[in-house]
Design a protein around this ligand. Sequence first.
Ligand code: ATP
Ligand code: MG
Length: 377
Amino acid sequence: QVTPAKGGKILVLPGDHIGPEVVTEALKVLDIVEQATGAKFERDFDLCGGCALDKHKDSVTEEVLKKSEQVDAVFFGSAGGPEWGTAQPNPESGLLRIRKRMQIFANLRPCKFASKTMVERSPIKREVIEGVDFMLIRENCGGAYYGNKIEEADYACDPWEYSRPEIERVARVAGALALQDDPPVPVWSVDKANVLANSRVWRRIVTEIFEKEFPHVKLQHQLADSLAMLFITKPTAFNGVIVTDNTFGDILSDESGGLTGSLGLLPSASLAGAPGTDLGRNSVGGVVGLYEPVHGSAPDISGEGLANPVAQVLSLAMMLRYSFNMHNEADSIEEAVAKVLDSKADGGLEIRTGDLGGRATTKDMSEAIQAEVKRLL
Ligand code: ATP
Ligand code: MG
């Protein structure tokens, strides 16, 4: 078993618009974790996105890129907004450059219906969505989105390339995450091996890694098109870990976000290695990672204190889990969020922001979560 880290060093990049509003609230939860556990998180605040463009005429500076390579984790808010509409480089490019520098190849998006409120907000029928709990891993540094592209007036070609090390390392992330549960949860590897040569190699190498390194984890293969349908009709069939390439992962992760119907609730992690291996290991024995909500900077509601802080707070929980091995604290934060989201359903006061159909402010929601985390830790 891994020992929980006693904190570590984080780079905080709040970004633009609601980014700083929700990051501030999430860090109050981190303060509570520090007080309760004695862990100490050294926080370095810097700029990325439109704020960096305004100050440095670049979406991220070399200094910040260097820092992102040296810390145990990066905690990111959101970047961009209409005021930088025509700016070059665009504000979003800062995060892409950080991703590349950190080599965070595994993008994790949990899809977990942990609260009654989430079930109720989903556009999918309750009996179909209740109990869904999977982790989708998207390979994020290779595949069809990279490589030498050909673009002519009447011809175009995107090479869809993967080589063994890229497939092996993301397969290892899937195996390692499956092993975090006891007994291990099943893993689905998603591809189009019926038509793509690339997918056939993907399938063969993933199978090899599981046979050799994760013999006790059940691996199944699933075609991407069929999974897209089953996500809507029978999503609980995939409770466990799903691992797929960049293109399928891009599409399927948006689909899985759509299942919840609430942008303000969805966290994400991007890891540079697999938990429990040497690859991507940080200075405190966790995995180097970048954590950010799925939502953007929401310029339409920024400055009014109306943003839902939950996605950012749940991203903090993911950071504690993967970069600092603080599983108990991560569990408590997730439990606290579910409790607050369900306060009305459980006969208490409604504490919901506008995106959830309520009238609470960022502060109301954050304070309720903080109180619950304090109670649990
Ligand atoms: P981006 O290109 O950065 O993804 P976007 O406009 O596509 O930007 P968001 O910035 O996420 O996406 O905003 C989409 C909608 O969801 C907006 O109406 C925004 O107000 C709302 N929204 C996003 N995040 C939150 C949040 N945390 N709380 C409340 N509403 C939110
Ligand atoms: Mg968007």
